[in-house]
Each structure stands twice: as structure tokens, then as C-alpha cells.
Design a protein around this ligand. Structure first.
Ligand code: NAD
Length: 445
């Protein structure tokens, strides 16, 4: 439905009609297609210092048209703000204002990316203020962009260079159409780990990936996207979804595993299946999830306990099995939700389970790093699936229009793209984090 509206307000006579009626006109987002350019025009790198130099070298290495100042009438593909060296709030202003002057030149689907360092309690107050200030600048700037352009930031932990593997991979992801619905977010690069792919179009080549809840919705999109990027897929879902599951597994040339993830031995069953059928297990995507919404005053134990069991406790138990198996380099990505960040009326059980996923990810990160692997979460906002189709039409429509800049819900593919990035070896320096895929909104299922 959102898709039809998008087409109507972006083409022919109905586009003109929508314009004259003053209707909201969300843009068709620039999404990844193999072979398309990484960005829709020249890239301007603003700022001096080592990061600006390292970024310029990286971008030139990708064959992009790189400029050190904005100007001229040409439409720009991206603006990159190197703010890693700010020591006091005054250090932000010249780059912020130069960015402002260049914003009107940003092409539809363009990108703004800040490169900075996280504020730290041990910093001098002025430096911490300047660093934290960058986050406010970026988030507000993101809300001012139009035409499907987005703004996101990369935070380099102390001692990490802008050309560290995961900083490079994060930049590639944020510039590309893969990050179409990631907006107003920060990725922290906390270590120099990570290995860049030989082929950016096949970053998961040779990997075996398990996707739970793969029979439909976001899970099916994850299976398709990870397969497109080179992975062999084990598609998991409950026996009741067996037919749909088989269809997805066939489509991605993988194997289907009918399994309720709340089973106590689910982790071992997955491990055995992956090893027997495919020889190894490299990636686990904990996507299976349910909602059983009720106001807390009307909540019963069955609703509360089933949501906790599927959305959180199953993941905790499966992770224990995977950690015990000492799989080298295993990367896990879990599905959280913006409801777990902002809360949502009628979703105390669901929000508790999804906030729990974020807590689980933080506390599992070091054990994963010891095994050369990593664990992160993705928190989708309003994504158009069968789960959100149950939300009343009026609430859904208002929800879409609340996205301050993109004015639309996301697609399952948008969540899958972020998961594919975090599941890749290139994201090795990113661990224990939650990345929102929410079009800058906190409205979520
Ligand atoms: P969906 O209901 O369309 O699909 C969920 C899948 O999980 C189904 O195929 C279902 O059979 C499977 N599943 C449920 N319980 C299972 C179990 N015990 N064992 C194995 N499989 C099981 O949901 P969706 O919208 O695609 O959401 C996927 C994930 O994304 C969920 O974790 C959800 O909480 C999260 N999420 C969705 C949205 C959204 O807007 N759709 C927003 C935030 C988070």
C-alpha cells in the first residue's frame, strides 16, 4: 500500500496533483542494485586532519570523484564531515556551516556522513562537549534532508584510524543504497579487527548463515539478501510454516530446518544441521519473533511468557550452545526493535523482550570477541510486513508520515541489508551494538 502511494506521488499527473494539494511526497529511496555507482555524484570531504586524508585515500581507491571543498552547480553524491579532531565546541562551526551551504546541492538519495570520536568521561569537558555536539548536529541535519537523502555517523574509538577495516566498511555501507532506511544513526568502530571483502558485491561469499523465522516477512528478506551476497542459507521456522519455509529455502538454494526455536536443544539442532549439510556455521541471525500486545493492566501470563520465550530466552539459550561449541569467527545478529528503545503503549512484554535483546548483545560481546567473532542487534522501526499489517490503517498511515525526513515505512529488505553488513567479516570492529533501521523514527512494532 505504501508502495502504491509512493509511485502515485512520484510519477506523472498524480505527482503534479499531489504537489498542488500539498500532500506529503515521500521519495523513492535509493536502494542497492548490483552495478550501480556507490554514490549518485562527486563526494566532498570537509575538514582537515588525518581522518580527512585517510578518507580521501579510501574514496579515491574506490574510483570516486573526490573534492575537498563544495562549490559549483553540480549535484553532489555525498558530504563527508571529518570531525575527529574537534577539541572545543567552536571547532565544529566552520565545517557545519560549509556543510549547510552545500546541502542544497546534495543529489536525491545523497548521503551525509560524519566521522568523529565518541565523548568520553575521561575527556576534558570542552572536548567531550564538542564530540557529543557532533551527534546533535548530525541527528538534526538528518531531519532536514529531503529527496531520500540520509545522514549517519561513524564514531572512531580512541586510537582507531579512519581507514581501519570496519571504518572503511561502515563508510561503504552508509554511502551505498544498502543503508537506504538507516538515518540519524551512529556506528562505533571500537577495534581494528575486521577483514574487507575481496568483492563488495559478494561480502558473504563462502559463509553458512542460519536465519530463524525465515518463512516470511523480514526473515525471508534476510535469507534472500544474505544469499544474494554469497552466503549459503539454512532457513529455520516452525513446522506450521513448513510450506512457506520450503519455498523460501528453495528460492535461495539453501536448506530448510523446521524447528521451534524455544526448544531447549534448538541451538544444538541448528549446529548439527549446519555442520552435516554444509560443513560449518559462520553466521546466525536471530530473527524469529512474535507480538502478543495488551495493556499491562490486561496482560496474562500466556501473552507475557510466550513473547519472552520466543523473542529473548530462546536466543540466550541458543547463544550458550554456540559459545560452548567455540565456533571461530561466528557472527550473530539479533532482531531488537525501536519499541525496546522508546517503549510502545500495549507492548510492555514485547518491549521488555526487545530491550532484553540489546542487553544480551552488550553482555555477550566480549565472549564473542574472544572467539574472533561478534554479536550485534538491529532495531527496526516501522517496517511494512504482515506483523505491522495488523496495526489499524489510520495508525499505520500516521506512523508512516511521522518519519521526519523519509516520510515512509521501511521495507524488510532495508533491515536485511543492515543485518548483512553486520554479519560480514568487514564489520569485525563493531561488537555489542544496536543499529536502528528506522528512518529516524522511534515508531515501531
Ligand atoms: P512475522 O510475524 O512476519 O515473521 C516472524 C516469523 O517468525 C514467522 O515466520 C514465524 O513463523 C516465525 N516464528 C515465530 N515463532 C517462532 C518460533 N518459536 N520458532 C521459529 N520460528 C518462529 O514478523 P516480521 O515482521 O517479519 O518480524 C521479524 C522480526 O523483526 C521479529 O523479531 C520482530 O519482532 C522484528 N521487528 C519487526 C518490525 C516490523 O515493523 N515488522 C519492527 C521491529 C522489529
Amino acid at each position: 500500500m505504501a508502495d502504491n502511494y509512493l509511485k502515485l506521488v512520484n510519477s506523472g499527473f498524480t505527482k503534479e496533483l499531489a504537489k498542488s494539494l500539498g500532500l506529503p511526497r515521500p521519495s523513492i529511496l535509493r536502494r542497492y542494485r548490483r552495478g550501480q555507482p556507490l554514490v549518485p555524484g562527486p563526494v566532498v570531504v570537509l575538514g582537515a586532519g588525518s581522518a580527512a586524508h585517510e578518507l580521501t585515500e579510501t574514496l579515491l581507491g574506490w574510483g570516486l570523484d573526490v573534492r575537498r571543498h563544495a562549490g559549483g552547480s553540480e549535484k553532489l553524491g555525498a558530504l563527508i564531515l571529518a570531525l575527529d579532531a574537534v577539541e572545543a565546541p567552536g571547532d565544529i562551526s566552520s565545517i557545519a556551516l560549509e556543510t549547510g551551504a552545500a546541502l542544497r546541492s546534495l543529489a536525491p538519495g545523497g548521503r551525509v556522513v560524519t566521522i568523529s570520536r565518541p565523548a568520553d568521561a575521561t575527556d576534558a569537558p570542552a572536548r567531550s562537549a564538542a564530540r557529543q555536539g557532533v551527534t546533535g548536529l548530525l541527528r538534526s541535519l538528518g531531519r532536514e534532508l529531503r529527496g531520500g537523502a540520509t545522514a549517519n555517523g561513524i564514531l572512531l574509538a580512541e586510537g582507531i584510524r579512519a581507514d581501519a577495516p570496519s571504518a572503511t566498511a561502515a563508510l561503504h555501507f552508509l554511502l551505498s543504497g544498502r543503508s537506504a532506511y538507516v538515518d540519524g544513526q551512529f556506528l562505533t568502530i571500537e577495534s581494528a579487527r575486521g577483514e574487507l571483502p575481496a568483492d563488495w558485491d559478494q561480502p558473504l561469499s563462502g559463509k553458512v548463515a542460519v536465519v530463524t523465522g525465515a518463512a516470511r516477512g523480514i526473515g525471508a528478506a534476510i535469507a534472500r539478501t544474505l544469499h544474494r551476497d554469497g552466503a549459503t542459507i539454512v532457513a529455520v521456522d516452525v513446522p506450521q510454516a513448513g510450506d512457506a519455509l520450503a519455498k523460501v529455502a528453495n528460492e535461495v538454494e539453501g536448506t530448510a530446518l523446521q524447528l521451534d526455536v524455544t526448544r531447549h536443544d534448538a541451538g544444538q539442532i541448528i549446529l548439527d544441521h549446519a555442520r552435516q549439510r554444509h560443513g560449518h556455521l559462520d553466521i546466525v541471525i536471530h530473527n524469529a519473533g512474535i507480538t502478543r500486545d495488551k495493556l499491562l493492566a490486561n496482560m496474562d501470563a500466556a501473552r507475557w511468557d510466550s513473547v519472552m520465550a520466543v523473542n529473548l530466552e530462546s536466543q540466550l539459550r541458543m547463544n550458550e550452545a554456540f559459545l560452548a561449541a567455540e565456533l571461530p569467527g561466528l557472527r550473530i545478529v539479533s532482531l531488537a526493535s525501536t519499541s525496546g528503545i522508546a517503549g510502545n503503549r500495549g507492548q510492555t512484554n514485547y518491549a521488555a523482550s526487545k530491550a532484553g535483546v540489546m542487553g544480551m548483545v552488550v553482555a555477550t560481546a566480549s565472549a564473542m570477541a574472544e572467539r574472533d567473532g561478534g554479536i550485534n542487534a538491529v532495531a527496526p522501526g516501522f517496517i511494512e510486513t504482515e506483523m505491522t499489517a495488523k496495526i489499524p490503517v489510520a495508525t499505520r498511515t500516521v506512523g508512516r508520515m511521522l518519519m521526519p525526513s523519509l516520510m515512509q515505512g521501511g521495507q524488510p529488505l532495508d533491515v536485511a541489508e543492515a543485518i548483512g553488513f553486520l554479519a560480514s567479516d568487514a564489520a569485525g570492529g563493531i561488537n555489542g551494538q544496536t543499529l536502528r533501521v528506522c528512518g529516524q523514527s522511534l515508531v515501531g512494532a
